[in-house]
Design a binder for this molecule. Sequence first.
Ligand code: G6P
Length: 605
Amino acid sequence: MCGIIGYTGKNRACEILIDGLRRLEYRGYDSAGVSILDGGEISTVKTKGRIDALAEKLKDAQHMGTTGIGHTRWATHGAPNDTNAHPHMSKDGRFAIVHNGIIENYELLREKLTKRGFEFQSETDSEVVVNLLDYYYNGDFKEAVMKVITRLEGSFALGIVCADYPGKLFAVKSMSPLIIGVGVGENYFASDVTAFIGHTKNIIHLDDGQFAEITPNEINVYDPLGRRVEPKYSKVTWDAEAAEKGGYDHFMLKEIMEQPRALEATINPRVKNGKVSPEGLDGLCLEKFRRIVITACGSAYHAGVVGKYVIEELCRIPTETALASEFRYSDPIVDKDTLVIAISQSGETADTLAAMREAKKRGAPVLAIVNVVGSSVATLADYVLYTWAGPEIAVATTKGYTTQVAMLSVFAVWAASRLGTITPEREAELTHALCELPERVQRAIDLSSNISRIAHANYKHSSLFFIGRNIDYACCLEASLKLKEISYIHSEAYAAGELKHGTIALISPEQLVIAIACYEGLREKTMSNIQQVKARGANVLGVAREGDRTIVAEADDVIFVPNTEPLFMAIPEIIPMQLFAYYVAKENGCDIDKPKNLAKSVTVE
Ligand code: G6P
């Protein structure tokens, strides 16, 4: 999704903006541009395609300005081309803006402005912002910004420069991500701290509706009515290296390998004196909840599917999962007696945020499981559990997902203990198993040395099936999404017992079926389903617990996963599936970290 950056200070803005935009590449984009303010003039350079193309265009120009804004655009309104790329400039060249989000009333605004003689160059919704600035400007930059933002509906993070105000930036946040970076004699704003983490770790969070006036030595934060408010300062705890590849070919592989450490960061602080005790849940009265609804998108939703099995088994509270994009429009039956759990790595997914607002409107308390500290999901929730997985750059999530499953498992053990639905002995057993998960995942990585060979043998398939039962089925959903996302190979995840009710018609000789048979309680049942597809000629790749020799006789090839508590099996068993997707994508020459058409953080509907 679009990325924005702004810089004002003493150094050349051009390089800083390009570097920041490269760090935002992971969000997904199809064009990029910068505007540099220099000597009372704004010069804008933008292009369709990659940041390298933009850097090439900028190469020969002498942009000495020390203030500027930049943008990576993920097309929503209008094709990805040079004209629709941001920044957009006012006709007289006085203003340039970058925008992330969607201006929902842009057609109306465009019509009004056109009647007043304004011309539009692009097909974007964003261009209304710059023309509105031009329309309202009477020499006072701040006043014009305020007037414009009160006219806008929708979601927007804006970065604005004005040729009459050297060294000054305005940054506006309304339901789209935007963070301010506080330096010494220089300041930044960006969609994500990764864009400026190499320069400063000190940040200011803006609430929705707030905007900031930024110069090299001063940052003023205002509420929507233009009144000064106290800035919310905080410090990022990770460094630039954490957001770089560290010797791996791809961020995705680095992040897969980081999972033992990420899981430690999620689990360890929540276990004190042998008992699970997550922070921040004081006041959450579990006894009153008759239902739990877990809502999220993509992989976070799949983490929720695992969570449903774990919570129901341990807490005996009926738990449903709802895709956030469906939940928000489903007239959902939730009230104060329903706990809604929203899960999001980025904390900025528009559908998840909308589902949370819907739940809150109906009186349901919302617990968020989220990675990005201070994100919109975290701010909106009544209770927050951070996964603390560190920055995740690859579009396809790996450590984001496993830490979400771990956090849900921590929550389930804590809740079951509070509700008395497990014995103290079982609680101790589960807590021990949670603490062992980082090591189990390291073992899963170590056992995966055969995955690149298996991927090489299978990368040409145009379609395949994943089958499994219970938690293994939840894992199949995520394994299938991973493969689709980065290798563009069609696959379907099926509950193994459901296959025979129709889809088995698609099983033909040589069809690859990946059968996950790790969940102890239903292993035999899945083995029968393996036999059913084998009988129809399928080529079966089995995924089984270490030591399970019987599967070797049934499957054509086997991947072993270390044993752990059955309820937590989803975590180690996804590791080889992540690696399978990775190596298949690599064999197919795909752009693994930035798959086509996808965005890391989907901040529009
Ligand atoms: C996008 C990404 C998915 C991700 C989903 C939810 O669609 O491409 O990989 O799972 O958003 O993201 P979140 O940040 O809310 O976990």
